[in-house]
Design a protein around this ligand. Sequence first.
Ligand SMILES: C[S@@+](CC[C@H](N)C(=O)[O-])C[C@H]1O[C@@H](n2cnc3c(N)ncnc32)[C@H](O)[C@@H]1O
Length: 213
Amino acid sequence: MFGPKIWDFYADRYDRLWVQRFVLYPSRRLILKTAGELSSPGMILDVGCGIGELCHSMSLQYPSAEIIGIDPSVKMIKRAEENFSGNNIKYSCGQPDSLPKDQKFDLIVSTNAFPYMLDKRKFLSDMKMLLNPDGRLLLLFANRNTLYDAFWLMLVKLTTSSAQYPSVSSTHNLLKDSGFEVGKTEPIESLFFVPSVFMVEGILPDSHSEKEF
Ligand SMILES: C[S@@+](CC[C@H](N)C(=O)[O-])C[C@H]1O[C@@H](n2cnc3c(N)ncnc32)[C@H](O)[C@@H]1O
């Protein structure tokens, strides 16, 4: 069961997990708010989209955008297609490096999936290839910034596949080493007992504007 197949196990019960209220809903809210501060993106990619809750909310916020949700779990994608579909959403089972090389995005989001990407540098290099020059990468996940976070995330890790939870400062370094500039960095709004969950924005250096697409 443990390993990547764990996500197939969670797919049927994902929208009923306790973390929806304290982590996943506040995560989606922060991404939607941040995206809303930028000009409307035409092409949006959600990597590790799970059952598609964020894709669905994005499709309501951006009805004329084209949204692709990609996830390696067959069952997560099946649930996304069944429960969180939309005229402007396409779901795909796999990894972002399986997307057509000429497909470019204005906004790439990845919420609560980065810890499970074991080759983070490869992932960031793939994101660079998939972003339009003025595009934005919004990465959001639980970070190991303090001993309290480390304790919590050690417990969380027992319930998921292999994971590494970089701190905010190592995420900044990873982004810089991969050729991104670091933009907005903001925690989700949640209750005090939840470990640190931050959104970090990656911007391509040749982007013409720091604030707008
Ligand atoms: C905690 S869920 C997050 C789902 C959704 N993004 C959210 O915020 O609710 C983690 C997701 O990451 C996906 N995942 C696991 N390993 C991955 C990888 N190497 N690359 C992309 N996605 C991965 C899982 O299949 C799962 O759907």
